[in-house]
Write a new protein. Structure first.
Lengths: 316, 278
């Protein structure tokens, strides 16, 4: 979904800073999230993602810089921000002693809905999130996935224009994770701006239009998933000779043109592409040597590799 | 998913910079919070044990274990059960109000407060809800304890109105002390810490008071402490107003003074601690 450039961004931060004692949790972060888009804040544990979300959701005052949500400053106009947002935290924050229905009804009432409307809204959301059968059960007895869905439903009672999802799928099984992804896509398709934090590149790629990669409180890379892949890890070319006995020669030629090349286990020669002319040069060399090629492919490094090369650590 | 309204509504209006929640909304939000707290009791009735079963246990134990020994300290013709019941009602306020602080602390611990704080409601609604629910719980406990004590032979010797006044004085102190424990609930890091500190504050206050034994039976140095103890004054006021023992005015005024003092000092502190808690 393209947004018209005239619409102001839903979330803007400028030089946002948060310190906890000596530790700088968020270090001069600039973000801009387009209205109606899904934005992925990606980073390992302790990168500062949750701290940013808590500042944007008015739960934590910034120590420096500024942030606004839907045009409202998170400090000076916190109340107006709260009218606009929904928040689903990393740990499902529903009232365990209340039933699913009572939880949602309570939020509706707190959002100044008339009792009848709040009840109707609760039932509507319970139905939509597959919780209708457990509506009257106390949330303490819900499974982890059910609790997570109830938590998300609770943040949607007021149909927020901006939704914060802090690691919405951490700890969910693959089926439940896919359900959650569908919900996020659906919300985005209806125009909700979503800022989601995640430790999983796969998740950011699946959902987000734009991604910012965080580590140690800083944004270390940002852009679309495609831009991130290209900017950081480049591309690779893989060539399979028609005649297997040409493989060694082929590896030598690739190495000449690309600077380095290796032989893969399945009988291909492979090497990194660092500029656009290398592929043309490679084809010219192959033609000149008269080597018959069965297959030639180029691939982009996976985002997981990008993430790894940026943060210098694995996902887990 | 298809039928449900998830399309963002026109919640955010340009120029919507209102900072204060209108009083009517605050009252309604508080009402929702009270309802929430009462539903919590419904889901987990055992949590009422500290203001029902426990006082009952104390009543029975003290009446039958210490009742005989206490006779000498009482005025002629007075029986220990009648002396004890207004004290037990006062004692309930201590457990009841610590429980209120605990519940607020658990709300923080479980992340429920994060949700409330991200909603456009007055910050005070959550705390007010806890305080009001705390008062309702105390009233419930008083009704229960009185019913049981009537069955055990307790009688009011003044008149119903005065007796209600006595309960009112105890409730007033409960209201004041609630703010202290709500403050602690917002300030302390875990429910366990809250429990520990709460009891450390309460036990000496509870026993160094006229709840279980008349002040006159204690050594002089202790009496001076006991006499200023708010629990002593609340118990003495309740006694005067329920069974007609001693003057009512003096202990009532001191109790109300304490109640106002607690609320004035710890009310703002509690709201601040609640706002500033990370």
């Amino acid at each position: 979904m393209e947004t018209t450039p005239a619409r102001p961004p839903a979330i803007v931060t400028r030089g946002l800073v948060k310190r906890f004692g000596d530790q700088v949790a968020v270090d001069a972060v600039d973000l801009e999230v387009a209205t109606g888009s899904v934005f992925g804040l990606l980073g390992p544990n302790g990168a500062g993602k949750t701290t940013i979300v808590r500042m944007l959701a008015t739960l934590l005052p910034p120590d420096g810089g500024s942030a606004s949500v839907a045009g409202h400053d998170v400090v000076a106009e916190a109340h107006a921000v709260r009218r606009t947002i929904g928040l689903t935290g990393q740990y499902a924050s529903v009232d365990e002693a209340l039933s699913g229905r009572e939880n949602l009804y309570m939020i509706g009432r707190l959002l100044d809905m008339p009792a009848k409307a709040a009840r109707a809204r609760a039932d509507e959301l319970l139905e939509a999130f597959g919780l209708a059968d457990s509506a009257r059960k106390v949330a303490k007895n819900y499974s982890g996935g059910m609790r997570r869905r109830l938590d998300l439903a609770a943040s949607l009672v007021g149909t927020p224009a901006v939704l914060f999802l802090d690691e919405p799928t951490t700890g969910l099984d693959p089926q439940r994770r896919n359900d959650m992804w569908e919900i996020v896509r659906d919300l985005a398709a209806r125009g909700t701006t979503v800022l989601l934090t995640t430790q999983y590149m796969e998740e950011a790629e699946a959902l987000a239009r734009d991604i910012a990669v965080m580590d140690h409180g800083r944004i270390i890379a940002s852009g679309t998933p495609q831009q991130l892949k290209h900017s950081v890890a480049g591309r690779w070319v893989h060539v399979r000779p028609a005649d297997e006995s040409d493989l060694a020669v082929l590896v030598g030629l690739l190495s000449e043109v690309l600077g380095t090349a290796t032989q893969t286990g399945d009988g291909q020669a492979t090497g990194p592409l660092t500029d656009e002319h290398q592929l043309t040069a490679l084809l010219a060399v192959l033609a000149a040597k008269g080597i018959a090629v069965a297959d030639l492919t180029t691939t982009t490094a996976s985002l997981d590799e990008v993430f790894l090369s940026l943060t210098g650590k694995g996902e887990d | 998913m298809s039928a449900v309204t998830l399309t963002p509504g026109p919640i955010s209006r340009a120029g919507d910079t209102q900072r204060h929640v209108p009083l009517r909304s605050v009252l309604r939000h508080t009402g929702s919070m009270v309802r929430r707290n009462l539903l919590t009791i419904k889901a987990d009735p055992e949590e009422l044990a500290d203001v029902t079963i426990f006082p009952l246990m104390m009543t029975v134990l003290f009446t039958y274990v210490f009742g005989g020994a206490m006779k000498g300290s009482l005025k002629p013709g007075e029986n220990y059960l009648e002396f004890l019941i207004p004290g037990i009602i006062t004692q309930m306020l201590t457990f009841g109000t610590v429980a209120t602080g605990m519940k607020l602390n658990q709300d923080f611990d479980k992340g429920v407060i994060d949700r409330f704080r991200s909603l456009p409601i007055a910050r005070s609604a959550v705390i007010n809800g806890h305080i009001v629910a705390s008062m309702l719980r105390l009233v419930l406990a008083m009704v229960f304890t009185l019913a049981v004590s009537f069955a055990l032979g307790f009688r009011i010797h003044t008149n119903p109105l005065a007796a209600l006044g006595g309960l009112g004085v105890v409730l007033a102190l409960g209201f004041g002390v609630s703010w202290l424990f709500v403050y602690m609930g917002a300030k302390l890091s875990t429910p366990a810490a809250m429990q520990g500190v709460g009891q450390m504050v309460l036990f000496p206050l509870m026993f160094a008071s006229s709840i279980f034994a008349p002040t006159s039976s204690m050594p002089g140095w202790l009496q001076s402490v006991v006499k200023i103890n708010p629990l002593t004054n609340a118990a003495d006021a309740a006694r005067a107003l329920m069974i007609g023992e001693g003057g009512a005015l003096h202990p009532t005024l001191i109790t109300l003074g304490w109640a106002v003092g607690f609320a004035v000092v710890f009310g703002p502190l509690a709201v601040r601690a609640y706002k500033n808690r990370k």
